[in-house]
Design a protein around this ligand. Structure first.
Ligand code: SDX
Length: 434
């Protein structure tokens, strides 16, 4: 258990005529938890918490969230400071190495990212075997999984994790750009040693032999911010998946490929793409966003206002505010201030935040509500928005995989259940079945 983990009291649980005492632990930010690791052995009972709404799966030193106070810290630094003062590469280093890099460390990390930015030429042929309409998330998880075949770890994966982390951060960026080029039949643009991480990605995406891509510093800055804001988010669905899969002592590529698949879901990282599709639909419908708000409120309608609500944030998502500002800056720089989807998004937010249904349930715009508007303004296709989320989340996934792997009390994740099926039945041979 992490050193910042101390007993601060006890909880008593009365079961039938017995009272059991369980320790209460407190984390470094004052969060408290009942330690139930001895519950089953002492009482014979387990807890039941579908969706893990109230269950902590581990202690972690990486990210702290306070959903009531709109607080998000990576390794103790506020998301506002990091988004305002750092590049994505600096924040990726912080998440993976637990400290902000010195200039020497940052230069070394950048060199590592550059050295590992090229894909094995055999891997490039894989793109030719996906159908043209293949989902970029499906391509990404397949390609990341196959990285293990090209770069099998040595016996001790932690020994090579520094290189593996740089390899993933750099090659996933290349895979994302190449999948876009290949799906459009465009010639591949290779990474360049003299461009920053984000500028390189944009150049690989949009440069062409017949039309050179002009790097726009405002766009590069916005992309750095977007990737930083997606860097980590404690035990969200995809990160918990990376830890779950990794707990079986699976290599980091396969664990992250599993995380990519979890992120794909429209309730999770797929929401940024779904927000854009929702805004487009509202725009096509003459901007009638009130109809969508009423649909979202209708208990009999499965439609939800995508980009709204969060399992942890019951107040503003601090990332959303930063993205909204970056949105205005990028659209102004690209002379797209009158983007109709941004106008619809802002009106939708204003009306929803004053509606009793959303107020009562403490539903606010989340990280996915405005991010798609920036990606679209940059020229990134909607079906790649969740790939961008994965690119940003990579350092967080890597950091959590390493933390889980190194944890002294790490064991294979294997939740229990309460069985509610049929009691023992007499077997019936097939000829006697009706
Ligand atoms: C991300 O976990 C993370 O940290 C995730 C993430 C990260 O960085 O990794 O922050 C990224 O995944 C952000 C979330 C993106 N998803 C969406 O925007 C999809 C739309 N949002 C919802 O589906 C929902 O809000 C969730 C999935 C985000 C959270 O779901 P919960 O915590 O299970 O909440 P719930 O379904 O129990 O909702 C509570 C109530 C319900 O109403 P009642 O049954 O009480 O009447 O709020 C309602 C829900 O119907 N509700 C919504 C709503 N979200 C919740 N109603 C309309 N529109 C919505 N968006």
């Amino acid at each position: 258990m992490s050193e910042k983990y101390k007993i601060c009291g006890n909880a008593e649980v009365r079961i039938d005529d017995q009272v059991f005492t369980l320790p209460v632990f407190e984390g470094s930010e004052g969060e408290r938890a009942i330690d139930i690791r001895k519950l089953r052995s002492e009482t014979g009972l387990i807890t039941l918490d579908s969706g893990y709404m109230n269950t902590g799966s581990c202690t972690s030193n990486i990210t702290f969230l306070d959903g009531e106070k709109s607080v998000l810290h990576y390794r103790g630094y506020s998301i506002e400071d990091l988004a305002d003062q750092c590049s994505f590469v600096e924040v990726a280093y912080l998440l993976i190495h637990s400290k902000l890099p010195t200039n020497v460390e940052l230069d070394g990390f950048k060199r590592q990212l550059n050295d590992h930015s090229i894909l094995h030429e055999d891997m490039i042929h894989f793109f030719d075997r996906f159908p043209p309409a293949a989902s970029p998330m499906s391509i990404l998880s397949s390609m990341v999984n196959s990285l293990h075949n090209f770069y099998p770890e040595m016996d001790d994966p932690l020994e090579t994790l520094n290189i593996t982390a740089a390899r993933l951060l750099s090659k996933v960026r290349t895979i994302a750009a190449f999948s876009y080029k290949k799906s459009n039949g465009y010639p591949l643009v290779y990474p360049r040693f003299n461009l920053s991480y984000c500028a390189n990605f944009l150049n690989m995406m949009f440069d062409s032999p017949v039309r050179p891509y002009l790097i726009n510093d405002v766009v590069v800055d916005a992309l750095n911010k977007l990737l930083i804001l997606h860097g980590d988010h404690e035990q969200n669905c995809s990160t918990a998946t990376v830890r779950m899969v990794g707990s079986a002592r699976v290599n980091v590529y396969a664990s992250i490929s599993a995380g990519i698949n979890a992120l794909w879901g429209p309730l999770h990282g797929g929401a940024n793409q779904a927000v854009m599709e929702m805004l487009e639909e509202i725009h096509q419908d003459g901007g009638n966003y009130r109809k969508f708000i009423e649909k979202a409120k209708d208990p009999d309608d499965p439609f939800r206002l995508v980009g709204f609500g969060h399992r942890v944030y019951k107040s503003h998502d601090p990332r959303c505010r930063i993205i909204k500002k970056a949105c205005d800056d990028v659209l102004k720089s690209l002379q797209m201030e009158d983007d109709p989807l941004l106008a619809i998004a802002k009106e939708l937010e204003e009306v929803a935040l004053s509606d009793e249904y959303f107020i009562e349930r403490r539903l606010y715009p989340n990280v996915d509500f405005y991010s798609g508007i920036i990606y679209r303004a940059i020229g990134i296709p909607t079906n790649m928005f969740t790939v961008m989320f994965a690119l940003g989340r990579l350092p967080g996934w890597i950091a959590h995989w390493e933390e889980m792997w190194k944890s002294p009390d790490a064991r294979i994740s294997r939740p229990r259940q309460i069985y509610t099926g049929p009691l023992l039945r007499k077997f019936v041979p097939i000829e006697e079945r009706e």
